[in-house]
Design a protein around this ligand. Sequence first.
Ligand code: GDP
Length: 298
Amino acid sequence: PPEAAPSKGVLGRLFGRSEAKIAVRRTLDDDMLEQLEELLIASDMGVDTALRVTANMAEGRFGRKLSTQEIKQLLAQEVARVMEPVAKPLPIYPKRPQVVLVVGVNGSGKTTTIGKLASQFKSAGKKVVIAAGDTFRAAAVEQLQVWGERAGVPVLTAPEGSDPASLAFDALTKAQEDGADLLMIDTAGRLQNRADLMEELAKIVRVIRKKDETAPHNTLLVLDATTGQNALSQVETFRNLADVSGLVMTKLDGTAKGGVLVALADKFGLPIHAIGVGEQIDDLAPFDPEEFAAALTG
Ligand code: GDP
């Protein structure tokens, strides 16, 4: 029978998808492990994590004959085990307004993610305010306004080129006055001049702490899954620029293979608060480790 459409699943590529093939038993030997490693690496998992995952999977089972189905389940289990500790929704603080700083390189999906999050919190009955802190990109500000309208959430803006920290301060003042539950602050994502960006982010933090010394309560780093292993270096960069508290991985609906999420969890252990699965307002999903592991390995 013809194979099903190619999926992101690692084992489908190795064994094929037909029922007959799934029942075949294979020896879990070096050759098999090497093939699995290669497929995991090709899924953007990175060498270190791929080796760790397959080694854990083989522990106590090396040389056994296993059905393809069993191999798939074991691999999925190992992936889920790495991912379970990081699958955490955005923590909600008792402090109001909760201030969420959103960072990431341009194009990663910051604006879209802020719009989706705003819509989710609004639907949950929360009062949300957005600050368009990327004041140097007029297009980014306009996009955020469009998302604010879609979500039914006010977007505070400042003239092009004005100080993002001053906008953040005004936005927090307004959010406090209005009794908002949540303030999301967009930030610039140009990495060309890291010293500038670092100073800009540090200044935003310094200034909002004048109004609330516990802010920001979360610093969300938005990453684009289609950049593959590049996401790892982005985490390293942004951890040096800001106090990153959690991740959102976007564009997992596309051709991205998603293995980089396992590498991220393995390497940094930062919580994954949500995943972007499309361009529409409802296309933000909680991260589900079992579902993810099954899709990646299946
Ligand atoms: P920003 O520059 O970081 O603010 O990025 P944007 O939010 O403007 O997103 C850049 C592009 O990625 C836009 O075309 C979005 O529609 C698209 N995008 C964002 N998130 C997702 C996602 O989860 N899936 C898909 N397919 N596209 C996304």
